[in-house]
Design a protein around this ligand. Structure first.
Ligand code: MC0
Length: 152
């Protein structure tokens, strides 16, 4: 079928869905005890102002989408502001790409504003950028190019 498993596709798949949470440890416990999700990876990203955890199941491979829990390190961070304005909930939808520079170029050409002039460092050494939620029709879209030896 046209476009399926085609290297010219802009996106590979949904990489993760990011949820803003006020308290990372409490949220990991909740998602584990109620929904059975397991913690696969955890890190602090000072630049983004977040403490984050990737959740998945024991069986899933890299091809499956994860749940990302995002807790603010500071009130004036992106997640801190989101929690202040909207409360806990879905903050972002992340699409995986092969080449973030090329995907960003194509999206800019199609009129999308990317939030950073150049990709920044994301989870597990990935390269990330975001499409402005106003351009993506109300959804903050993250682009993720995984590190070649990605461990999450
Ligand atoms: C804001 N808006 C959103 C939104 N955040 N709409 C959907 N989803 C969101 N998450 C809407 C607001 O309601 C508002 O609409 C308009 O966008 C402008 O919002 P604002 O309140 O003026 O703007 P700010 O100051 O809150 O900034 C929003 C913006 C910011 C998206 C620019 O959050 C940002 O730079 N985000 C990118 C970085 C980020 O999210 N980092 C944390 C995740 P109205 O209609 O009221 O005008 S780091 C991460 O995810 C890494 C670790 C990883 O995955 O590897």
């Amino acid at each position: 079928m046209l476009g399926v498993m085609d290297n010219t596709d802009l996106f590979i798949c949904i990489d993760h869905v990011g949820l803003a949470v006020p308290d990372l440890d409490e949220a990991i416990k909740f998602h584990a005890e109620v929904f059975g999700w397991r913690e696969l990876h955890r890190e602090i990203n000072e630049e983004q102002g977040v403490a984050e955890a990737m959740l998945g199941t024991g069986e899933q491979g890299e091809e499956n989408a994860k749940i990302q829990l995002l807790a603010p390190l500071r009130d004036d961070s992106a997640i801190g502001k989101f929690l202040g304005k909207s409360g806990p909930g879905i903050q972002q939808l992340a699409y995986r790409v092969r080449d973030i520079d090329e995907a960003s170029r194509v999206l800019r050409e199609r009129g999308m504003r990317l939030l950073f002039p150049e990709p920044k460092r994301g989870t597990a050494g990935s390269r990330i950028n975001f499409v402005h939620p106003k351009d993506a029709r109300g959804v903050l879209l993250e682009l993720v190019e995984p590190a070649t030896d990605a461990a999450h």
